[in-house]
Design a protein around this ligand. Structure first.
Ligand SMILES: Cc1cc2nc3c(=O)[nH]c(=O)nc-3n(C[C@H](O)[C@H](O)[C@H](O)COP(=O)(O)OP(=O)(O)OC[C@H]3O[C@@H](n4cnc5c(N)ncnc54)[C@H](O)[C@@H]3O)c2cc1C
Length: 405
């Protein structure tokens, strides 16, 4: 098989690369472990400096002017109408350059917006999509509850019709970014008598609506990323229902498909391995690296695994590019990628020796504590978007035809 770009793909890759070189300020670029936690996401919103925010906002506007905040969205909704393969190339080049995705890339661009494009009416598209493609509005996802995670259809938050509104009561948990979000995509039960998958509806919630309480959950890296969210008689206008009442499960699974298909991160893993190899070369004669020659073999294994991950991602993308829907292939890539997160950060922590225990802020913490931070966070990628056990269940049953446990 020839993995080289076709001529038009190579031309697009050069265009993206030249654009990033010319337009993306070097001060906001971060690669390898530096692009990991503490270098992006909610954490940046919390700890970054005013200068960084201003440069990032200006970069977001530059991306938005080309439709490159949401590159694969149709042009009529403010995207660039890229094909799946072009978007893959775009993502590779952005990750390779360490360029931030602009604005509030994530739930809004990655899965709330695409779900609204598929299931929303014209009014809803006009109202919600522009804020996402301009990088202005942050979105959160109110799906999981204390008794409903892997078994999401067991959710108990209620939405009761009352005149022109629905009245929401209940609780969500692990809601990433709820404390900084403008809107939430919410799954709530509208028919408690129906079989559990059939009585759920999908809403958009204004996070400023009266009756919403957001309570922080601080994780073991000492970051406030996710939250508990409580609803006490929160009124949602019926215009905020996405799709039909009681058909929200099917809308929600579409959102989850978008979420899972974006999870594998082969370029960032290759860069993390490169970053680790750089670190080991720089410290070759010292400390644990000098005492433990086996570490070289371990890093070589991680390099092989990052290459395998790249092949798995390419398989998924090439299926999508041919209009096929990856199913077990998506689960294989997600499972391999999240377990690799754990293995790379474990190898990196071994290479750091006792310095690995120093946290961000300590003058002697290698890579400003981001390796330690990545190590602590790595487990979360084996849980979010469907746990590793659930992915194995999918591969075993749908992929290998084994009976359900
Ligand atoms: C970093 C992070 C961010 C998140 N952000 C959000 C968010 O923004 N919005 C949101 O709604 N949710 C979010 N979540 C929640 C996430 O979707 C759930 O944690 C996940 O679906 C697992 O559900 P649970 O925590 O209830 O665990 P459970 O489902 O209770 O699982 C507990 C354990 O049992 C195992 N298990 C469960 N069922 C099976 C089975 N059938 N077969 C084999 N093993 C099984 C699981 O694999 C796991 O090991 C986030 C989670 C993380 C880690």
């Amino acid at each position: 098989m020839d993995f080289r770009d076709l001529p038009e793909e190579a031309a697009f890759r050069s265009e993206v690369r030249a654009f990033i070189d010319a337009e993306c300020p070097p001060q906001i670029r971060r690669r390898g472990f530096n692009a990991m936690f503490g270098g992006g996401g909610w954490d940046d919103i919390r700890v970054s400096t005013d200068d960084y925010r201003a440069l990032n906002a200006s970069w977001a506007r530059t991306l938005a002017s080309r439709g490159w905040i949401a590159p694969a969205w149709p042009k009529e909704y403010g995207g660039a109408g890229l094909t799946v393969m072009q978007q893959f190339i775009f993502n590779q080049e952005m990750a390779n350059a360490g360029a931030p995705r602009g604005g509030n890339y994530g739930i809004g661009t990655g899965w709330a917006g695409p779900t609204i494009i598929l299931y929303g009416n014209e009014e809803q598209k006009k109202r919600y999509l522009p804020g996402i493609v301009l990088g202005d509005d942050i979105w959160c996802q109110g799906f999981s509850e204390p008794g409903a995670g892997s078994d999401l259809a067991a959710l108990q938050t209620r939405a009761v019709k009352d005149g022109d509104d629905y009245v929401i009561n209940g609780q969500k948990i692990w809601t990433s970014g709820a404390h900084v979000s403008k809107y939430m995509i919410l799954l709530a039960r509208t028919d408690p008598e129906a079989p559990k998958h059939k009585g759920i509806s999908y809403f958009i919630l204004d996070m400023k609506a009266p009756g919403i309480t957001v309570r922080p959950l601080v994780n073991m890296a000492d970051n406030h990323d996710f939250n508990e969210v409580f609803f006490d008689n929160v009124r949602v206008p019926k215009e905020n229902l996405i799709g039909e009442e009681n058909r929200g499960w099917y809308v929600g699974t579409t959102t989850l498909d978008f979420e899972r298909s974006g999870i594998a991160t082969s370029v960032s893993h290759s860069l993390m391995v490169e970053h680790l190899a750089d670190f080991m070369r720089e410290h070759a004669g010292t400390g644990v690296i000098a005492r433990n020659p086996e570490l070289r073999n371990e890093v070589a294994d991680r390099a092989i695994e990052a290459a395998v991950e790249s092949m798995l991602c390419t398989t998924v993308i090439s299926m999508q590019n041919r209009g096929l829907v990856p199913n077990k292939e998506g689960s294989i890539a997600k499972l391999f990628s999240s377990q690799l997160d754990v293995r790379i950060s474990e190898t990196a922590m071994k290479a750091l020796g006792l310095y690995g225990q120093l946290r961000r802020g300590s003058a002697r913490a290698p890579a400003n504590g981001r390796i330690e931070s990545t190590y602590i966070y790595a487990t979360t990628s084996t849980i979010g978007g469907g746990t590793s056990e659930i992915q194995r269940n999918i591969i075993a049953t749908r992929g290998l035809g084994l009976p359900r446990a």
